[in-house]
Design a protein around this ligand. Structure first.
Ligand code: SF4
Length: 419
């Protein structure tokens, strides 16, 4: 199966969205953010600019802006969403125009390199056996006079990444592999990110060691996805999908077209459409309201318990002082008595306290560690899910684990009801 960087990122960002798009193949509802729309209009213009140059047609900046305006008006629909309400459609349009003007000023007359292709689709094997296949679109591929291949990628994001990010970005690395596969003579490959809003170029490259590492990481991620896909296919009752591909709520959800099919948002979309009297009778709403009431009550009781415990502590101190003063071990009350036990208890340094490491190493050296240590189930689960131990060891450990279903219900304050 073919894997693009965006397919892999979709899985990493939200496995549930991945399932909807790539397994269930649900058509994306017509909902596009204006940022993506503006980005695609600017891409169209830069594609035209360089594509025309292949046949020696040089556009002026005014030609390109005219093309941009025509494309914008032709493609615009009222379905395009503006999530950041403080900005208007014109703000985005002007921002796109500025990207094009800045780009033109910086690179015209575009004669430093020769464009081989624009919007080039690439399919390429990631491993020698061709079991893992990558795919993607390269915005522009150029070649310079000294035979250096240049992979150009246009971005209209409002966040400028660091050089470190450019040097480790998976998409650029995959493009590198694609070009190297297609043109084995490509010794020098430059990876160029154009952050158009900032009129900023980020230049990067990959060593053979980095490429090898990237291939290993991508193959392991593909293995994980394929494993989950298989698990889903084998889930004959169809009840485990949310566990296998969990929905992951992040800031990206504001732009997600699948809220109506998402376990995190579907209920709120359904009940929001109900009139208030029906809304309050809806069984899910009733249950959550009940839980919220009980949670408030529990909080109040816990606060009272805390107060009582504080007072009890003070009274115990007073009883101990009274007993010391009167040389007593037992003090009588009306219906009960209080006995006072005086003893010394041993305290050893806690996890991050001074002396802890030394203490542990002494015990371990004497081979007595297992007599006083316990296995931390949470820490072990974390190690297993982050795969931070060697695979062989994890396999052995996993053979002792068993899967148990656990459902956690947590209350979350809604944004508009926060104080
Ligand atoms: S709305 Fe968020 S959590 Fe739901 S599918 Fe989309 S990205 Fe995932």
């Amino acid at each position: 199966m073919l894997y693009s960087n965006s397919k892999l990122s979709t899985y990493e960002n939200c496995p549930w969205r991945y399932k909807l798009v790539y397994i269930d193949k649900i058509e994306k509802p017509e909902k596009q953010g204006i940022e993506a729309f503006m980005g695609s209009m600017v891409h169209d213009v830069l594609e035209k600019c360089h594509k025309d140059l292949i046949v020696a047609h040089r556009n002026t900046v005014d030609d390109l802006i005219r093309f941009y305006n025509i494309q914008w008006d032709k493609e615009w629909t009222d379905e395009i969403q503006i999530v950041r309400k403080q900005y208007k459609k014109e703000d985005y349009k002007n921002s796109g125009e500025k990207c094009i003007r800045d780009y033109f000023t910086r690179y015209a007359p575009f004669d430093k390199t020769r464009t081989i292709a624009t919007e080039m689709m690439v399919n390429f094997p990631i491993d020698e056996e061709k079991k893992y296949l990558g795919t993607g679109f390269i915005d522009r591929l150029d070649i310079s006079r000294d035979n250096t291949y240049e992979i150009h990628d246009y971005k209209t994001s409002r966040n400028l990444p660091t050089q470190e990010k450019a040097d480790s970005d998976r998409q650029l690395g995959l493009y590198h592999i694609a070009v190297q596969t297609k043109w084995p003579d490509a010794r020098d490959i430059k990876l160029i990110w154009h952050y158009l809003i900032f009129d900023k170029e980020l230049l990067s490259s990959r060593t053979s060691g980095q490429v090898k590492q990237l291939k290993t990481e991508v193959m392991s991620l593909i293995d994980e996805i394929e494993e989950k896909t298989k698990e889903l296919e084998e889930d004959s009752k169809g009840t485990a999908a949310q566990k296998i591909f969990p929905a992951n709520e992040t800031t990206l959800c504001d732009w997600c077209e699948f809220q109506g099919q998402c376990p995190k948002f579907r209920h709120s979309i359904i009940v929001e459409a109900l009139p208030e009297n029906e809304y309050l009778k809806e069984p899910g709403v009733k249950l959550v309201n009940k839980l919220a009431d009980l949670s408030v009550k529990k909080g109040e009781i816990e606060a009272q318990v805390e107060e009582i415990e504080e007072e009890m502590g003070k009274i115990k101190e007073a009883i101990a002082a009274y007993a010391d003063k009167n040389k007593l071990d037992t003090i009588e009350g009306k219906n009960c008595s209080a006995s006072i036990n005086r003893k010394n208890i041993l305290k050893f340094p806690g996890k991050n306290e001074d002396g802890r490491q030394e203490l542990e190493s002494i015990i371990k050296k004497e081979d007595k560690w297992q007599e006083v240590s316990t296995l931390d189930n949470h820490a072990l689960s974390r190690v297993v899910s982050s795969k931070s131990w060697p695979a062989k060891l994890l396999d052995k450990i996993l053979s002792f684990g068993r899967k148990e279903s656990k459902v956690e219900v947590r209350l979350k304050q809604m944004k508009d009801s926060e104080e």
